[in-house]
Design a protein around this ligand. Structure first.
Ligand SMILES: [Zn+2]
Length: 227
């Protein structure tokens, strides 16, 4: 790590990997910036030539990637399907609380982003916990624990021992999207695969899954704008 290329004022991080057989260029979802992965002993100029040969693709991808942002005072967001406006209220002692469409956040401005993030994580944890139990009862499976994580590549995951986890950013999506991901993970307790039987189990819990899947495909990137 550590090295990077700068081409046309765009910084491309260079990651050397022993087991990389070929070069790979991508936009890192967490940082919203380009990364080229190359075999360990590959010279930097070869990497540069590779990146330049994909330049049109790369600039197009960067255009499509929303810039990173943080939660700010007066910003309007959706929390579990409810539209709220963030209001920094340093004098209040509420932590973070929703009242009449306003998300009041107390404390220092420097901690506002983290407090809003923690609030959303907490909301997702509570909601997903309830909903997963409800779905589990309907499909006759047993959910042991529900956790909220900061995942980039997956919206949810499930282990055979009944532990489910969900990406906290789903708290910023419409509620039906979160419901779908919960139904998806609970159904994995029945079918640990993506077989026809699995999708049938999901559809029993959540009939309109196409709409939710489409929403995630179209808007998933937007949810990753927040770190
Ligand atoms: Zn799955």
């Amino acid at each position: 790590m550590g090295r990077s290329l700068i081409i046309d004022n765009i910084e491309i991080a260079v990651v050397r990997q022993f087991n990389a057989k070929s070069m790979r260029l991508k936009i890192d979802r967490k940082t919203a910036s380009p990364v080229v992965t190359i075999p360990y002993f590959c010279p930097l100029f070869t990497a540069e030539r590779f990146v330049r040969s994909h330049w049109i693709w790369l600039t197009k991808q960067l255009e499509l990637t929303p810039p990173k942002t943080t939660f700010q005072d007066k910003m309007t967001i959706t929390v579990l399907g409810q539209t709220v406006t963030i209001c920094h209220a340093p004098q209040k002692r509420c932590g973070a609380r929703i009242e009449n469409g306003v998300l009041y956040v107390s404390g220092d401005a420097a901690h506002l982003h983290r407090r809003v993030t923690d609030f959303i994580k907490d909301q997702v944890r509570q909601y997903a916990g309830r909903k997963a139990l409800e779905f589990a009862a309907l499909s006759g499976v047993h959910v042991k624990a529900v956790a909220v994580r900061d995942t980039v590549s997956r919206w949810g995951s499930c282990s055979t021992n009944g532990h489910l986890s969900f990406c906290w950013r789903l708290g910023l999506a419409p509620l039906f999207v979160l419901d779908y991901v919960i139904a998806h993970e609970v159904s994995h307790l029945k079918e640990m695969n993506h077989s026809r039987a699995f999708w049938k189990a999901v559809a029993t819990l959540y009939p309109d899954m196409r709409k939710a899947k489409k929403w995630l495909t179209d808007n998933g990137k937007e949810l990753h704008r927040f770190n």
